[in-house]
Design a protein around this ligand. Structure first.
Ligand code: ADP
Length: 542
């Protein structure tokens, strides 16, 4: 017997129309070079309709790729809806990628038009002649004084909107139509394109609204520090539109002090960013009124237990960790503590928060032995490759022959992360497959070792990479950034680690570095460190 319910299509025009009709007076805030811009969902909706009309007038193809090269702003949010609601595909270009990668991505996606913030023109414009399919570059003036090139390809955002006919009705017939795309940096070779559908974006947004996920609601004032060009700012902007939550967009200034000021002044309730951001912001929160803040969401790389605890001690709120990938839209787990586990000791709770958390509803996870492909038990001990399936998990990459390597025969995504899952269902990432250190045939988790090192009071940041060793094949090298004015010897570090990690994990090699190199999205770049220390032989074990 079949169900008798409507097969109503899950598409972005529904989210758009809801914000326009129900929340027209809700505030949207953007900080740009020119100052603070305040607007409402009502004005945003009107401009989004005009923008879609402008795309029509420019002759952008029915499913043309509309690229953005922009900070987190309300203008960017206009593009986030004008492109997919008019049937086109939003393509967020990562402004921090190497120029060659940007050109590869824009060509591979066949972008027809790029919308760029004026403050980013100096990065984009030198690439424009290399693009094969881009016909127009639209400049969004964010108060920067960068010169705007006098070139027939250049258009001005506000002029375009002012002259455009607003689209009266948005309608997407097929929920599986592409809505957006985002490229993810592969470990080798070119970046790979992930293509989100209307259905996947709608369901992921709803996932973000679940109380046990980010719990985005109409009452929120959401501040996505995570860029809109990286995994769609973790879906928070679309979730905010769906819920009718206000957004506080930080624009280009991501320094700790302005972010802390913004959180206080704009009464932010939910703020999201990678660990590096929250490490910097914490000292700036001292003495501020954060009574509105209900959650700091953090992911992208492991949230050190010490960082979450420092937030709990200083502002009375630990960090909520989330795990995901561009391929998973991205949110797949959140580290909420189940009600049945609340009575554990403070120490155990802190430990639990340092895990990546429980899969959120509709996401299926499993761990698999990479050698035999056998599913491993959820006993908190067995380590295997984490695999994911669900309505917002990718099933393939755009036009890419490497796709089969990343998906199993039964259609699950191979994440490249190594994890354990506890009997309670808490996922704990041990490492990425490529970052594990293989010592004497056994794996050392670089992430766990880093966390143990970062717990040392004299250490500000630490990254661990494998270096060649004649006897053990690889040994861990501790690359350590010291806290200001501190000194640390290898022996002190070894003594500290003894009893905290297995004996054979304790590094015999340490390098004090000024800063851990970061990737384009602020994660530790182990690739750079491995390259830097590739000729270093490990010291003999003592
Ligand atoms: P990439 O960094 O490879 O370009 P993503 O930005 O999509 O791609 O990052 C996904 C990866 O980031 C995950 O596979 C995982 O290794 C890492 N990651 C994300 N969240 C967390 C977390 N909470 N803890 C540890 N690692 C994380």
């Amino acid at each position: 017997m079949q169900g008798l319910m409507s097969s109503y299509q899950l598409t972005l025009p529904h989210l758009f129309g809801r914000a326009e009709r129900l929340f027209a007076d809700k505030e949207l805030v953007t900080v740009t070079r020119g100052g603070v811009e305040r607007t409402t969902y009502g004005e945003w909706a009107e401009r989004t309709r005009r923008l879609a009309g402008a795309l029509d007038a420019l002759g952008i193809s029915a499913d043309g790729r509309v690229a953005t090269f922009a900070w987190n702003t309300v203008r960017h949010l206009e593009l986030y809806f004008a492109a997919p609601c008019s049937g086109r595909v939003l393509h967020t270009l990562n402004i921090r990628l190497f120029p060659d990668d940007v050109v590869y991505i824009a060509d591979h996606a066949e972008d027809e038009i790029v919308f760029a913030d004026r403050s980013l023109l100096h990065v984009l414009w030198p690439l424009v002649d290399s693009f094969k399919t881009v016909k127009h570059v639209v400049v969004m003036d964010d108060g920067d004084d960068a010169e705007i090139p006098d070139d027939p390809r250049v258009l001005h955002y506000e002029e375009l909107l002012a002259g455009a006919e607003p689209v009266a009705k948005f309608s997407i017939e097929d929920e599986n139509q592409a809505a957006a795309m985002c490229y993810t940096s592969g470990t080798t070779g070119h970046p790979k394109g992930v293509v989100y559908s209307h259905r996947s974006v709608v369901l992921h947004s709803m996932g973000s609204m679940l109380a046990d996920a980010a719990g985005v609601s109409e009452r929120d004032r959401v501040m996505p520090v995570v860029p809109m060009f990286h995994a769609n700012a973790w879906g928070l902007c679309q979730a905010a539109v769906m819920a009718g939550a206000s957004l506080v967009m930080p624009g280009p200034n991501l320094q700790p002090k302005p972010l802390a000021e913004l959180m206080e002044r704009e009464k932010v309730t939910l703020a999201a960013g990678v660990p590096t951001i929250w490490m910097g912001v914490l000292p700036e929160l001292e003495g501020r009124d954060l009574s509105s803040l209900r959650e700091i969401l953090c992911g992208g790389s492991a949230v050190p237990r010490s960082l979450s605890e420092a937030y709990r001690e200083q502002i009375g709120q630990p960090i909520l960790q989330a795990w995901g990938m561009t391929e998973t839209s991205p949110v797949a787990t959140t580290g909420r503590i189940k009600s049945t586990l609340q009575d554990r000791s403070e120490d155990e709770l802190a430990d639990l928060r340092a895990a990546q958390g429980l899969p959120i509803a509709l996401v299926d996870l499993r761990i698999v032995d990479p050698g035999t492909d056998e599913e491993l038990p959820w006993d908190g001990e067995a380590r295997g490759e984490l695999q994911a399936a669900g309505p917002w998990v990718a099933a393939g990459y755009y036009n890419d022959e490497r796709s089969p390597d990343s998906f199993t025969e039964d259609g699950w995504l191979r994440t490249g992360d190594v994890a354990t899952i506890s009997p309670d269902g808490y996922v704990r990432l041990v490492d990425r497959t490529k970052d594990l250190v293989k010592s004497g045939g056994e794996w050392i988790s670089s992430v766990e070792l880093e966390n143990a090192i970062m717990a040392h009071p004299k250490v500000a940041e630490a990254a661990v990479v494998g270096i060649p060793d004649e006897r053990w094949s690889e040994r861990p090298l501790a690359c350590v950034v010291l806290a200001e004015g501190e000194e640390l010897t290898l022996d002190e570090l070894k003594e500290f680690l003894s009893g905290r990690v297995p004996k054979w994990w304790i590094p015999n090699d340490m390098e004090v570095i000024d800063e851990v190199p970061k990737t384009s999205v602020g994660k530790f770049s182990k690739k750079t460190l491995r390259e830097q220390f590739k000729d270093r032989q490990s010291a003999p074990a003592r």
